[in-house]
Design a protein around this ligand. Structure first.
Ligand code: GDP
Length: 457
């Protein structure tokens, strides 16, 4: 088992060949490893200065690649330790040979996320920032990247520390009252503590609520179109995608199971799924199997768009709406409005409606907005993006626990429950918030977080 104090190395550039390949070495032996590999080097290395030389295999003395090398001394490095980097030609075998040279010179092989983990342990980043590093690397869209960069800058950590500071203040008041009951106005303390705890609880809950939209920005949204046969699902999908993706026909059941198409709306990757018509008992054999397949696919979607014909909404549409469930976001579309019926009020069973026509394109822009909103995504117009977004389920769960504890503290303060109980809940809320920035976490939680990183980061 390697220790955190050992010197480790890994290829820091991506897998495969590229113009340049970088091997990073971190730990107390970084400079010694560099000296055993690269020549010529001066007797005293200046940090952050580039040296050009040749790498040699420390065991055989064989000449390896022409390299550029430099050293960053603790604590002014990514990991906070001494770090040496070697840049060579980015061929797979070449970079592997440079890495093997560092191993022969005394470095161990770094595990996934080990450099970032060390950065966290050495206080270079808080845990929410360390997690953001993985998101910056994984980001596939500009919007996902902006979101991850925001967290990497430490905005979530800052917000959470602000909430924690308010809890600590409230706790100090409660404890002062417990220590010197005669000095304190008990009612006044309970009131201010109650207000502070309520506010922290509400903010923590609101922050936790950003998780769904944040995940959608990062991983995309799955949007299923459901509805009775022939209501215009395939036409709507084609109109939204802007090409003929699903076969449209006047005969019902043209779509046998489901058809998928990819679009990007407001920077969010969206997978549209056109399912076979919900339909019905009259289906048999392969059609019934196809419809069942489509329904299973729709059941896992983030947003379900229930399509009905504008001019002919029926009780069977209401059944489809109900079957779409309340768990995911639901949007009601009244299609084919060019044929009339578009100005009818929304059906009583639906929360709202979007009126569209696949022929004229009416309502499609509104539909895109409604779908994103139902998926929890704010508009990418800058305003919504100013808000801090929670990136991981771990962070969301910690915020929900903190919110529950803060709410319990506030209720206890309001009900005149003894101060010890209020203090207990305030501390529980504080601990939960602390886990977001990385305080009081166990080794296995940290291991789980860093295991999703790539080697070399
Ligand atoms: P699906 O079975 O729900 O996928 O419905 P389709 O998209 O296959 O459409 C069924 C029929 O309605 C086809 O004949 C389409 O041309 C027609 N249709 C679909 N959308 C519209 C629309 O917006 N306006 C008009 N006038 N006809 C439409």
């Amino acid at each position: 088992m390697r220790r955190d104090s050992d010197t480790v190395a890994a290829v820091a550039t991506g897998a495969g060949s590229g113009g340049v390949g970088i091997v990073r070495v971190s730990g107390p032996l970084a400079e010694a490893v560099l000296r055993r590999i690269v020549r010529p080097l001066p007797a005293a290395l200046e940090e952050r200065r580039v040296y050009v030389g040749r790498a040699y295999d420390p065991s055989t003395g064989a000449a390896l690649d022409q390299v550029m090398a430099f050293l960053m001394r603790s604590p002014r490095s990514y990991t906070g330790e001494d770090v040496a980097e070697l840049q060579g030609h980015g061929g797979v075998a070449n970079v592997a040979a440079l890495l093997e040279a560092t191993r022969r010179a005394g470095a161990g092989l770094a595990g996934p996320g080990e450099f970032t983990r060390r950065a966290f342990l050495n206080g270079r980043l808080d845990l929410s920032q360390a997690e953001a590093v993985a998101d910056v690397i994984a980001a596939r869209s500009e919007r996902a990247l902006r979101q991850a960069q925001k967290q990497l800058r430490g905005e979530l950590g800052e917000g959470v520390r602000g909430l924690r500071a308010r809890l600590v203040e409230a706790l100090a008041e409660v404890e002062a009252e417990l220590d010197f009951p005669e000095d304190e106005d008990v009612g006044a303390t309970a009131a201010t503590v109650g207000v502070a705890a309520t506010d922290v609880g509400a903010r923590a809950r609101a922050l936790a609520g950003t998780y769904r939209g944040g995940r959608a920005v990062r991983e995309g949204l799955e949007v299923a179109l459901v509805g009775r046969p022939n209501v215009g699902k395939s036409s709507l999908l084609n109109a939204l995608v802007g090409e003929e993706r699903a076969v449209v026909d006047a005969a019902p059941h043209t779509t046998r199971d489901y058809v998928e198409a990819q679009v990007v709306w407001d920077g969010v990757p969206v997978t549209l799924i056109d399912t076979a018509g919900a339909g019905g008992a009259e289906l048999e054999g392969v059609q019934a199997r196809g419809a069942a397949l489509g329904q299973r696919r729709a059941a896992g979607a983030d947003v379900v768009v229930v399509v009905v014909e504008a001019g002919a909404v029926s009780e069977r549409d209401a059944a489809v709406w109900r079957a779409a469930g309340a768990a995911a976001g639901r949007v009601l579309v009244r299609s084919k409005c060019d044929l009339g019926g578009g100005d009818a009020p929304r059906p009583v069973w639906a929360a709202g409606q979007v009126v569209t026509s696949a022929v004229t394109g009416a309502g499609l822009a509104d539909l895109r907005c409604e779908v994103l909103a139902a998926g929890g995504v704010g508009l990418g117009n800058g305003e919504a993006e100013e808000l801090v977004v929670v990136a991981s389920a771990r962070q969301r769960d910690a915020l929900l626990e903190a919110a529950a504890a803060a709410e319990a503290a506030s209720a206890a303060a309001r009900d005149g429950v003894p101060g010890e109980v209020v203090a207990l809940e305030l501390r529980r809320a504080g601990r939960a918030l602390g886990t977001i920035t990385g305080e009081g976490l166990t080794e296995d939680v940290l291991a789980a977080i860093f295991s999703r990183f790539c080697v070399g980061k």
